[in-house]
Design a protein around this ligand. Structure first.
Ligand code: APR
Length: 230
């Protein structure tokens, strides 16, 4: 692997498949079994917070029982050896951090962080299941996740764009690239003239953007690109 100045890893649900966490779309995907309008949007939360929490508690239990896979570890090791490495993820599972990665830009938030709508308090919470779902007399803790219909945080988008505008190597791993604004971000790395690699067993709507497409699972592809990093 040539010596790059600034590496960006841009990851989606496919990165955590080897850890046992299903993706959202395609067969066996989360949204194949659950209607996101009932489980992952503000309206659903306001009309039935218990139901929404039951769903997220199940997801927290599943994720807590999973371990980072070699792909997560290789990415963390690349960042350790090449400090100007930025990790931008759509994943809410926290597996990058559990593999040792730092300063992960979480575009869609985290299932391990809670927000109280009443007083704006945001805190980390790893209880499985969550002990106290209420954060006030009339308020429920809300998972600090970007649900359908929510906007991404401005500062998070700006952090991501800054890295995408500076990187000289861009790796896009395990995303179907159908959810915006995240799916628009790879174009910024391309416009910046970075060397670009897509890792995904399947073609995606943005595959044509990439100089190289590796039709493989995340870990073997990263092990090939970064031998000796796991
Ligand atoms: N290694 C790499 N990629 C894989 C693997 C694997 N082992 N297995 C599947 N994939 C690919 C699939 O081919 C697919 O293109 O991962 C992608 C997963 O796509 P989605 O399920 O759509 O997940 P993602 O793109 O991360 O979803 C984006 O949508 O539901 C919302 O907010 C949620 O962050 C999520 C966003």
């Amino acid at each position: 692997m040539k010596d790059f100045q600034h590496i960006v890893f841009f990851t989606g649900a496919g990165l955590s498949v080897e850890s046992g966490i299903p993706t959202y779309r395609r067969q066996g995907g989360v949204w194949e079994n659950y209607n996101y309008r009932e489980y992952a949007c503000q309206e659903a939360f306001e009309s039935d917070p218990e139901k929404v929490w039951d769903f997220h508690d199940k997801r927290r239990a599943l994720i807590a029982g999973c371990e980072p896979n070699p792909a997560h570890r290789i990415i963390a090791e690349v960042q350790r050896r090449h400090p100007r490495t930025t990790i931008i993820t759509q994943n809410i599972d926290g597996l990058h951090q559990r593999a040792g990665a730092r300063d992960v830009i979480e575009l869609h938030g985290s299932i391990w962080r809670l927000r109280c709508p009443e007083n704006g308090v945001v805190e980390d919470n790893f209880e499985v299941p969550l002990g106290q779902r209420r954060c006030g007399r009339d308020s429920w803790w809300r998972p600090d996740i970007v649900w359908f219909g929510d906007s991404l945080r401005e500062d998070t988008i700006n952090l991501a764009l800054e890295a995408l505008q500076q990187c000289d190597l861009f790796l896009c791993i395990g995303t179907s690239a159908v959810v915006y604004p995240a799916a628009r971000m790879p174009q910024t790395a391309v416009d910046n003239g970075a060397e670009t690699i897509e890792i995904n067993p399947e073609e995606t709507p943005i595959s044509a953007l990439f100089q190289r497409c590796m039709r493989s699972s995340a870990s073997p592809a990263l092990a090939e690109l970064f031998p000796g990093y796991d």
